[in-house]
Design a protein around this ligand. Structure first.
Ligand code: GLN
Length: 310
């Protein structure tokens, strides 16, 4: 590409065009978000971060937390044990669907709420608070700065958490939930309320793109754990538009209802965007469009294939 990266991402924001959809309102506090925010960040594996737009505006990580906590659950319990609790099959279901395998009782995958709640419960910790502390600590190491919880969003979501509570109780009836449902949902809701910027998300994505190692050389995730997480993001990260996403953008990614979206180009860069209005699947409308544009302009798609003919 001829245009320097920083010029390219500014042009991308300027030309992204009309927005569509609505900010999430089922979490009352999220309905207060400025819907016109728009930001993009690209982080290289050696620690450079290119940003444009509202790159220092904080928003809650929401479901982008799911692959990260899943990584910690695997690091703590081992993959076999985690697989006994949570499957890795794309469900094609909405993020809050009650989606358990009828034979085994396992949630279909760790990217939908049922699986993410089960994954949260598998993280080690002396008590529920210690578990959350370890989770926030992992996110902070990935982001390269100390992150904290947006207490207003947390309180707001917890006051409306009946559906996630129902999922947790159901998981317990099929033996897939460690711990007390109320504690687990409280902890899961805290994990979703961690406050980040696109800069943070791009940097987190760059660590995943580097196989679990930060730009400073700290290994945060083991290679097998990192690979498992990227694989599940590729197949299940965009809920009921995961197939659309994999064919049209073609990289592992995860969205959140606050409007964040993070994508990983393994071995190359971490990318994050932020725009709060959501499409019918609960993914950021302009966020998805920005990734589609970047795929077109930068050739992100992992299935781009070519052969050199001699
Ligand atoms: N905290 C949200 C929930 O559990 C996360 C959903 C999302 O970002 N898709 O409903």
């Amino acid at each position: 590409m001829q245009t320097p990266m920083i010029d390219y991402i500014h042009l991308l924001l300027e030309s992204i065009g009309e927005d569509g959809g609505h900010v999430a309102s089922y979490i009352p506090e999220l309905a207060q978000a400025n819907p016109d925010r728009l930001a993009v960040a690209i982080a290289t594996l050696d620690g450079k971060v290119y940003v444009a737009g509202d790159a220092d505006v904080e928003f809650t990580i929401q479901s982008i937390s799911k692959p990260l906590t899943y990584a910690l659950a695997i690091a703590d319990q081992g993959l076999e044990s985690v697989l006994q609790h949570i499957d890795v099959e794309p469900s094609g279901d909405a993020f809050n669907e009650i989606s358990l395998d009828p034979d085994t009782g396992r949630p279909r995958n760790p990217m939908i709420n049922a699986g993410a709640i089960a994954a949260h419960a598998l993280v080690s910790g002396e008590d529920a608070d210690a578990r959350v502390d370890r989770i926030v600590d992992l996110y902070s190491r990935l982001a390269g700065r100390s992150l904290s919880i947006a207490e207003d969003v947390f309180e707001s979501e917890l006051s409306e958490a009946d559906r996630n509570m129902a999922l947790a109780y159901m998981l317990r009836t099929v033996g897939k939930l460690e711990g007390t449902p109320t504690d687990v949902v409280r902890g899961y809701t805290r994990q979703c309320s961690v406050s980040v910027t696109v800069r943070d998300l791009a940097r987190m994505a760059s660590v995943l793109a580097a196989g679990g190692v930060t730009a400073e050389g700290e290994r945060v995730l083991e290679p097998e754990v990192n690979r498992q997480v990227l694989s599940v993001m590729a197949t299940c990260g965009m809920y009921n538009s995961a197939g659309d996403w994999l064919t049209s953008v073609g990289i592992p990614a995860k969205s959140g209802v606050a409007g964040g979206l993070m994508g990983i180009m393994p071995g190359q860069v971490g990318i994050a965007v932020f725009s709060p209005r959501l499409d019918a699947h609960g993914n950021s409308t302009r966020g998805v469009r920005m990734f589609e544009r970047m795929n077109h302009d930068l050739g992100l798609h992992l299935m781009n294939a070519s052969a050199s003919v001699s």
